[in-house]
Design a protein around this ligand. Structure first.
Ligand code: BTN
Length: 381
């Protein structure tokens, strides 16, 4: 994982993460629409002339004008000035696969990004792609899921366009006993992306929850396909509540669930930080401040998260020690006295560390150390 992973041009990075599967060249599709969006991102709310765009993309100004109209149909508010050219006034709150893919560059995770308006579960879509032989790194987002699922047979609410609901296909060269490392990688990636994009103090609650101020805003569901004890692939599903309101959560989790927007609104100073980070002027100075959901832009968050995931999965399959240390700095469970439900068993002890395989080491009251790969923390003190 990481940057240039084309096996025909081996780089240092390719050799330091040799455990992942890189069998095909990277199919970087660059649709003209995605290239236009890239040019507008670079212009940073400024104008770009049709002639500049046409030259950059090697097409006629008439073609540019046609594609600008396509973007308007998709919800982009694009103004045109006779001398200055085009300027994007407002971006729709939608995810575009080509745009995300182009912004990611040459990462393995996100080498192909598909966005569905609606699907039952993105984990099911990626499982089908995996069985059909799709390469590692394919990502499927859905604006909404009708049967989003969580761990332990729970359902996962996925209200339209209010979060990031997506799954990634991984073909790691890891023994089955070490697959817990991938959940560790995903949790580090989600916590880091939230911190970087919003300034919120996201923490990891072992094994797969991401909390802000003690409430869950994201979860991870890793599902594997194996045959005769040989791993075929892993589907890593991630749900991140970005712009949900309390009413979007089912009643049974309403007290324990949250979204990034709810946490930012709860904490006015960090709202200002979100605007500052994105370069918007202060409201009292008459500066332009877009609606908050544009300030926590889902596309930017998705791109940051996939970059982090690409890096963390590379570490999970190579320099696991670095990942383990990062996880230790972000995990709120470590050092705490916990009661765990592990299948039918209840276990009490102190969460101490991760072992080489990514399992949690728990020192039980009788002095035994248990290696726990998966379970539910029932209480922690
Ligand atoms: C959990 O906390 O129990 C895990 C939640 C995982 C939800 C995500 S949303 C995208 C992907 N598709 C699903 O059906 N589930 C995961």
């Amino acid at each position: 994982m990481g940057s240039d992973t084309n096996p025909n041009t081996p780089t240092l990075h390719y050799f330091v993460t040799p455990l992942l599967h890189h069998s095909t060249t990277l199919p970087l599709r660059m649709s003209l629409d995605a290239q236009l969006l890239a040019a507008f991102r670079e212009a940073d709310e400024g104008h770009v002339t049709a002639a500049e765009l046409a030259k950059r993309m090697g097409v006629s100004p008439a073609t540019i004008s046609r594609h600008i109209n396509d973007l308007r149909q998709l919800g982009f508010d694009i103004e045109h000035h006779a001398q200055l050219g085009y300027r994007v006034v407002a971006w729709p709150d939608k995810l575009f696969g080509d745009d995300i893919q182009l912004q990611l560059g040459k990462t393995v995770i996100g080498r192909e990004v598909l966005v569905y308006a609606k699907t039952a579960s993105t984990n099911d879509v990626v499982e089908r792609l995996g069985l059909d032989g799709a390469p590692e790194g394919v990502v499927v987002f859905a604006e909404t899921q009708t049967q989003g699922r969580g761990r332990m047979g729970r359902s996962w609410a996925s209200p339209r366009s209010k979060g990031l609901w997506f799954s990634v296909l991984l073909r790691p060269k890891l023994p089955m006993s070490a697959l817990a490392r991938l959940t560790i990688a995903a949790s580090v990636a989600v916590a880091r992306a939230i911190r970087e994009q919003t300034g919120l103090s996201a923490e990891i609650k072992w094994p797969n929850d991401i909390l802000v101020a003690g409430r869950k805003c994201a979860g991870i569901l890793a599902e594997m396909q194996a045959e005769l004890d040989a791993l075929k692939f892993v589907v890593l599903g991630i749900g991140l509540d970005v712009n949900c309101d309390a009413a979007d959560f089912p009643p049974d989790v309403r007290k324990t669930a949250t979204s990034l927007r709810m946490e930012i609104e709860r904490n006015a100073p960090s709202v200002a930080a979100v605007y500052d980070r994105r370069g918007y002027g202060a409201a009292e100075d008459g500066g332009h401040r877009p609606p908050l959901q544009d300030a926590i832009n889902r596309s930017d968050l998705a791109i940051a998260l996939l970059r982090e995931l690409d890096r963390a999965c590379g570490l999970a399959c190579g320099d696991f020690e670095t990942l383990r240390q990062e996880w230790g700095r972000l995990c709120s469970t470590l050092g705490k006295r916990i009661t765990l439900q592990v299948g039918p068993r209840r276990l009490e002890g102190v969460a101490q560390a991760l072992d080489e395989d990514g399992a949690l080491l728990v020192r039980c009251d009788d002095g035994r150390i248990e290696h726990v790969i998966s379970g539910d923390v029932v209480t922690e003190k």
